[in-house]
Design a binder for this molecule. Structure first.
Ligand SMILES: [Fe+2]
Ligand SMILES: [Fe+2]
Length: 318
């Protein structure tokens, strides 16, 4: 009599994909940081960087929770291994960005206020809520209005939280790829050590970009919800990052010296994060056959890995 073992169903899109949880710290870079985090007094860029950093720690905790919630439905050992590495990387990102947010707040940035936005802090949400009430009067946003009235109802179901995580991971991966590919964006960082921190985060976002997506598919997440989550993620990200970037820049004295704010607005035209190519890569997510690994970044990750891990020179002439 022979015994047959059932093969474990494949849930990962790439069983060979491995990525490490790096033991790395940017504490000394963060400690030595001065107010000019962006080159050429680009105040909008500086406040955008602070707003994004403010979003990371709590945002990444939400991602971890959303993925961890579904971990017991993962039977594929390769996807489980990737989930664990994803969690390890995001925990490290959260830790480093929390430290960075404290330093940026000391330097006058809104990074801690942004953290508080995600934690639903009463001291700042009323102003944002008033603006949301105005912009949700119109068009496609009008159905959000009632839900914003009661913040509690914004808490998504676990599967929707996972769909939002997959969508926001597509955002972080697309921003990461753009940062590593575009010298025009790299040049906008004033400090090399500070840029290295963002390049490190970018590599890891590229490395683990398929994990939340694969988990969403493995637990039966559907296409309609996947695309709806992308629309919501876009709204939330554009609103929170945009609001804090603009309010931060308007409240910054440097904006009113040497036409810095005007020059910064002018420079938006050539910012790769606002380019058509960037928007096209983002919109790919709405294709029915989309998968994050279709945007192949393995070569790009290899190019930057040496410098990040401390045994290479900085790539490109950027
Ligand atoms: Fe991250
Ligand atoms: Fe991530």
């Amino acid at each position: 009599m022979s015994t047959t073992t059932e093969p474990v169903p494949r849930q990962t899109s790439d069983p060979d994909r491995t990525f490490p949880v790096r033991r790395i710290s940017f504490a000394s870079v963060i400690e030595g940081l001065d107010q000019d985090v962006a080159a050429d007094d680009d105040v909008l860029m500086a406040h955008l960087v602070a707003a994004l950093s403010g979003l990371f720690p709590d945002g990444e905790e939400i991602f971890i929770e959303a993925v961890r919630h579904h971990r017991d439905q993962i039977s594929d050992p390769d996807l489980l291994r990737q989930v664990n590495a994803f969690i390890g990387q995001e925990v490290t990102h959260g830790r480093e960005h929390r430290l960075l947010n404290e330093r940026l707040a000391e330097l006058g940035y809104r990074s801690k206020l942004v953290e508080a936005t995600l934690a639903n802090d009463a001291a700042i949400t009323p102003a944002m809520r008033r603006i949301l009430k105005v912009i949700t009067r119109f068009g496609p946003l009008s159905d959000l209005r009632d839900r914003i009235e009661e913040a509690d109802s914004l808490e998504p179901e676990p599967i929707m939280a996972l769909a939002l995580t997959a969508a926001l991971e597509h955002y972080t991966a697309t921003m990461a790829e753009t940062l590593l590919r575009e010298p025009e964006l790299q040049r906008r960082f004033a400090d090399e050590g500070f840029f290295r921190m963002w390049a490190w985060h970018a590599i890891e976002e590229c490395e683990h970009k398929a994990v939340a997506f694969d988990v969403y598919k493995a637990v039966g997440g559907d296409e309609e919800m996947r695309r709806r989550a992308m629309r919501l993620a876009t709204l939330a990200l554009a609103f929170i990052a945009g609001y804090h970037t603009v309010v931060g820049a308007l409240g910054d004295r440097r904006s009113y010296r040497n036409f810095n704010l005007v020059r910064s607005v002018w420079r938006l035209r050539s910012n790769p994060l606002l380019s058509k190519e960037f928007r096209t890569r983002l919109a790919d997510y709405n294709r029915p056959d989309f998968h994050p690994l279709q945007h192949d970044t393995t070569e790009l990750e290899d190019t930057w890995r040496g410098w990040i891990e401390g045994d290479g020179v900085r790539p490109s002439a950027a």
